[in-house]
Write a protein that binds this ligand. Structure first.
Ligand code: CA
Length: 639
């Protein structure tokens, strides 16, 4: 069927454009609608509970065939809280599955639930809005966090450990009284909190939450349903919805916008995914009976098919409309086609022009089922409203991601300066627009920044490694584009492996490896680094000239300065942009192990950032020839 599914004839006949797929509740009736063009029969099964093991069938109701391959059923009465599945028959094949459009589910996402969504809204939801809705994308400071990591360590002082509600507890501290959790993030100055998958995923068993379980969650089972293990009751479908909305509102009330990590590029198990059960293997790319696996995640999504395209667009719009989500991070977006990306960006921006979009635009071999272009970094000019992770700046600063001992600029690689000059101007080789590059040095994938530095230069002192960490942080935080950081980078997060070395990809490691250890902040190097990052963020926010939105502006304001030493680079920025208080900025980065001298441009300069301190206040005043200590960035402001 794979070729048929992607044929013009099939798409002309079976593309449904309505907005009512799934279960639409009203107090007097519920409309069930399913797209299943290959089915001979379709029925709705109603259940008392969401537990797939419970023998509590209420009714089995046949659906009527309707337009464009859809089936529908109107059921009178108030069905709020009733669980349901769809069952299709195709010849000798019969399958029962959850609704792909399920708004919520029972435990482990096996049965969908009919729900009055308005009843899940927290107080004041009608007035809730993105607190940073007036910012440009380059004004954002993004902080990437796993819900459980924030609160699960005893030193967090957070009550709702591992839950949505734990993300919004305020007034929490370490035993010694240092702020943790939300207060920590708020004080740091981030604008956007990016949450690792919070839709329903399959790798944590929601019936065993009394036992410690951990997964990053890149294994989607229900794309439009919050994950049950983050709720206080995964059995009642209304609870996860209500608590996720409470989390969004609580973050908004504290000035923080919310970004969801979405993983449309693959599903947990292709053959078990509800859409693929109801319309056999329609959702996934299959060639000659072989499931395409360009990502190595087991299966690739056939986004180029009209009803997968619609599904992804509908899903993103739903999260933005219903949950007030302010941004979307697309996992392995290089597997999805550019038309789907552009259509979803346009559809969301119609009602929410502030919503931000970015993803992993790596090029991967995938078996597309019809001609289309994929949303990769190299194709970034084709998706102007969508940004991409900048692995060029990441690898140039910390070293190649494929060799954990390879050196980067901060650890002493002398051949990175040219690439970094492009990155500092928000224009790595693949990018022509600074609003399309997400600049970072660490994320959940691969080693934490400090661990990666320790692997590259194991013989250096802890103090030196902290200086290298800070040097890299100054570079990406001052670069044009969109800064992004892994939670805990600002407090020297580490994932030591009990067997030795460091855990690189801790997607299913224990809480002990993954959790944020808040009591580290009791020790000076960790607390000082936190203050340092806070200073970098406040400096970036104070200087619009670091956040320009066009390549033209940047090329006419930011001038790289040639340095003789191959481990040094410097930039001179003229400050004549709206809102900028500085006349000029001068930034110099010295990755060498020796102090080096450089001549400041004429005039008197305030030093605001060195290797020890960062902020908007002048630490000292300098002019003419200055000495840059070893492994140090310095940022000067001319008022
Ligand atoms: Ca789940």
């Amino acid at each position: 069927m794979s070729e048929v599914f992607s044929s013009p004839d099939f798409e002309a006949k079976y593309t449904y454009h309505g907005r009512d797929l799934g279960a639409t509740w009203s107090p007097t009736e519920t409309l069930f609608k399913l797209w299943a063009p290959t089915a001979d029969h379709a029925v709705v099964r109603l259940y008392r509970t969401g537990n797939p093991d419970a023998m509590d069938l209420i009714a089995e109701l046949p659906m009527e065939p309707s337009v464009n391959g859809t089936w529908q059923l109107r059921k009178a009465g108030d069905l709020n809280g009733i669980y349901y599945t769809f069952v299709v028959t195709i010849g000798a094949y019969t399958a029962e599955a959850c609704d792909p459009y399920a708004k919520t589910t029972g435990v482990n996402g096996m049965r969908a639930m009919v729900i009055d969504m308005a009843s899940t809204n927290p107080d004041g939801w009608e007035l809730d809005a993105d607190p940073n809705g007036d910012l440009n994308f380059t004004d954002a400071v993004i902080y990437e966090l796993h819900v459980r990591d924030l609160s699960i360590d005893p030193s967090s002082g957070i009550h709702n450990k591992g839950k949505f509600l734990g993300v919004i507890e305020t007034g929490t501290t370490t035993p010694s009284g240092i702020p943790t959790g939300l207060d920590h993030m708020k004080n740091l100055g981030i604008t956007h909190l990016h949450l690792l998958p919070v839709y329903d995923y399959g790798s944590v068993d929601e019936t065993r939450l009394d036992q410690p379980q951990f997964n990053w969650g890149y294994d989607p089972t229900n794309f439009n349903t919050p994950e049950g293990s983050y709720s206080t009751d995964p059995y009642n479908g209304a609870v996860r919805v209500r608590e996720m909305k409470q989390m969004v509102k609580g973050l908004h009330d504290n000035g923080i916008s919310v970004i969801m990590d979405v993983v449309y590029n693959h599903v947990y198990e292709a053959k078990d995914f509800c859409f693929n059960k109801l319309v056999p293997m329609y959702f996934s790319r299959v060639t000659d009976g072989v499931i395409s696996n360009g990502s190595g995640c087991g299966n690739d999504t056939a986004s180029e098919r009209s009803m997968v395209h619609k599904y992804i667009v509908d899903s993103v719009c739903y999260w933005a409309d219903e949950y007030h989500i302010d941004g979307f991070r697309f996992d392995l977006v290089g597997l999805l086609d550019v038309d789907t990306i552009n259509d979803l960006v346009a559809a969301v921006h119609k009602r929410h022009p502030n919503v931000v979009f970015y993803g992993e635009g790596w090029s991967m071999p995938t078996g597309i089922t019809k001609d289309c272009k994929l949303a990769t970094q190299l194709n970034s000019p084709l998706t102007p409203g969508f940004a991409y992770f900048n692995d060029t700046i990441r690898d140039s600063l910390r070293g190649s991601t494929f060799f954990s001992d390879a050196l980067g600029f901060v650890t002493g690689a002398s051949d990175m300066v040219e690439k970094l000059e492009g990155c500092f101007r928000g224009l790595p080789a693949w990018c022509q627009d600074p609003t399309q590059t997400v600049n970072y040095i660490s994320c959940h994938d691969n080693n934490t920044l400090l661990d990666r530095i320790s692997l590259a230069v194991p013989d250096h002192s802890f103090e030196d490694r902290i200086r290298m960490n800070r040097l890299g942080a100054v570079f990406y935080m001052m670069s044009q584009g969109i800064p992004f950081m892994q939670a805990g980078e600002e407090m020297l997060r580490s994932k030591p492996d009990p067997k030795g070395g460091y855990v690189e990809n801790s997607f299913k490691s224990s809480d002990r490896i993954n959790s944020i250890k808040w009591n580290l902040l009791d020790a000076k190097p960790y607390r000082d680094t936190y203050d340092y990052y806070r200073g970098l963020i406040s400096f970036r926010k104070a200087h619009p000239v670091l956040r320009m939105t066009s390549a033209y502006e940047i090329l006419s304001h930011v001038v790289p300065i040639q340095c003789e030493h191959p481990l040094m680079t410097a930039f001179h920025i003229s400050g004549d942009v709206p809102g900028e208080t500085a006349r000029e900025l001068f930034l110099v980065f010295n990755a060498s192990y020796t102090a080096e001298s450089i001549a400041l441009p004429e005039g008197s300069w305030n030093l605001c950032i060195n290797a020890e301190k960062a902020g908007t206040e002048a630490l000292t005043v300098a002019s003419s020839a200055i000495e840059i200590p070893a492994i140090c960035a310095m940022v000067f402001v001319k008022e």
